[in-house]
Write a protein that binds this ligand. Structure first.
Ligand code: BG6
Length: 515
């Protein structure tokens, strides 16, 4: 059995930098508890919470309990089990700019190794601002934290840089301390069940792969829409915008999973090689005119959602009242390779849109016009819809005969609703990713060359935007974005298909219809 098949993560000390922050509270603590509940974390582990603020172990464990109560899919209802789990957690106040603190951390670690029988493995999770990744890495090295006989892994969150140049600099810093295979760059979309399912759907079904190319696919539409605004993150978001917050990472990764060639082996590097090739095939926008013709950038103004009035982006906390930052992005992109030549990919993402959903719609080309059922030119195209979030599943839209004597063709949708199935308790993306990092499985983490390709593509857009091409368009909060978004597809004779189960009027659903 390879290490990738084994269930439990290898015994290790987990260091959570930023342990008093939001990510730890909402995602990381609950993920660790779920893994423990499911036996994916054995007893040979310890977690050291690290942040500047002083906190006792007891206070830290109380934070842990509260976070699990609020955000975990399991309850801490077995007090003995809870006590055992919590006993693995300790807290240390650390000034990350001072190497002496890291020496003290090394001493604490030696005790934890003995106490929990840990074979010297270290996993450093930096839930920190990226400008701290370099300094922390240097101090880990200089403070003697990387000298044990076990493995060292560095897990980092996005954003990985602000553009290609800053990402390169950051990578150069990290690579002074860690090897590429020791760096686990999180893109939490890759931890989502249905994003991982894309390759199974594509490569384990005779139905799809033979049709998965420009001979049979008319266009692909990827939507990552959110109802939320920027919440308390205005300070970060105003410098980032949708392009850097969602497109450079999550959108590019989804696109790569849809577009890549089948990897020849189920090995992390093979899958990542294929994603890199797909990203490299993206046709770069050659001029600001091209960006203008193919990209839309929007920002939400005041509006309403479900009857509730909403303020505009420029009124949000910590946002510049004259901000030109985009909260909406849509584009038509092409991949210049044999499989996809001529097939437009339409991608869109935004905040304060009418629904929260992540969906991929693959629209197939129609049957030839001269055969019996297409003669009236009104056959609906076949669709494959992959629903990633919040509902998980797929549906396909096909044409069938309407019962009766009139020979009428009727679109019919057939659905596999994974999240409707009883007993399904899908792990959170962070559970899966933490578990993978703990057992050295790097398939669903982004490699440096993927990150670099994505930045190279995005940088051209950002550059055109600096010259105001295209101009920022305002859209009312609660709407589907700037009006020109419809036009982008109409120019090619297409339209956006409804998402999130907003059924089309004339479609019959088998199995009840989407929720
Ligand atoms: C994060 C972005 O990476 O993804 C957020 O920084 C966004 O702005 C979030 O809200 C969306 O993730 P999900 O899993 O809710 O679709």
């Amino acid at each position: 059995m390879s290490k990738h098949d084994s269930i439990a993560a290898e015994g290790a000390v987990y260091y959570l930098f930023g342990a008093t922050g939001d990510l730890a509270r909402r995602k990381l603590f609950p993920a660790l508890f779920s893994l423990y509940k499911e036996g994916k974390l054995a007893e040979d582990f310890a977690v050291v919470g690290l942040a500047r603020r002083p906190r006792t172990n007891e206070q830290f464990r109380a934070d842990l309990l509260e976070s699990i109560g609020e955000f975990c899919r399991y309850k801490a209802d077995d007090s003995q089990q809870w006590e055992r789990f919590a006993s693995h957690f300790v807290y240390m106040s650390l000034d990350i700019n001072n190497v002496d603190g890291f020496r003290e951390l090394a001493r604490l670690t030696a005790d934890l190794d003995v106490k929990f029988d840990i074979p010297g493995n270290r996993l450093f999770y930096l839930a920190l601002a990226p400008e701290l990744f370099g300094p922390v890495s240097f101090n880990l090295r200089d403070g003697g934290m990387l000298e044990s006989k076990g493995w060292n892994r560095l897990v980092i969150e996005k954003p990985f840089g602000y553009d290609l140049e800053s990402a390169r600099k950051l990578n150069a810093q990290l690579s002074q301390v860690f090897k590429e295979e020791e760096i686990y760059r999180i893109d939490h979309y890759l931890g989502k069940e249905m994003v991982q399912n894309i390759q199974v759907l594509r490569f384990a079904n005779a139905f799809f792969e033979p049709l998965w190319n420009n001979k049979h696919i008319a266009n692909v539409q990827i939507t990552l829409s959110e109802t939320v605004g920027v919440e308390e993150r205005g300070g970060y978001y105003d410098k980032s915008g949708a392009l850097r917050d969602m497109v450079q990472n999550h959108m590019m990764q989804m696109l790569a999973m849809i577009a890549m060639e089948p990897p020849s082996r189920l090995h992390p590097e093979d899958l990542r090689d294929e994603k890199v090739k797909a990203l490299r095939s993206l046709r770069p926008f050659a001029s600001s005119e091209e960006v203008k013709a193919n990209v839309i950038r929007g920002q939400y103004a005041g509006g309403e959602l479900n009857g509730k009035p909403l303020s505009g982006y420029r009124e949000e906390d910590s946002v510049n009242p004259q901000s030109e930052t985009e909260t909406y992005f849509a584009a038509r992109v092409h991949l210049d390779n044999f499989r996809w030549a001529g097939v437009p990919f339409y991608i869109r993402t935004g905040k304060r849109l009418p629904v929260k959903t992540t969906e991929v719609v693959v629209e197939f080309k129609n049957v030839p016009d001269n055969i019996l059922f297409a003669h009236r030119h009104d056959l609906a195209p076949n669709l494959l819809v992959i629903r990633v979030n919040p509902m998980e599943g797929i549906y396909i839209k096909i044409n069938a005969k309407k019962p009766g004597v009139d020979n009428v063709v009727q679109p019919v949708s057939m659905e596999f609703c994974q999240s409707c199935m009883i007993g399904i308790n899908t792990p959170e993306a962070y559970e899966r990713l933490l578990h993978d990092a703990g057992r050295g499985e790097s398939t669903y983490f982004t490699r440096w060359d993927e990150v670099a390709e994505a930045w190279a593509f995005v940088d051209r857009i950002a550059e055109a935007w600096r010259g105001n091409s295209p101009a920022l368009e305002l859209y009312p909060a609660g709407s589907w974005g700037p009006a020109r978004v419809e036009q982008l597809l109409a120019e090619d004779g297409f339209h956006w298909w409804p998402v999130n189960g907003q059924a089309e009027d004339n479609v019959i659903w088998i199995s009840g219809g989407p929720k």
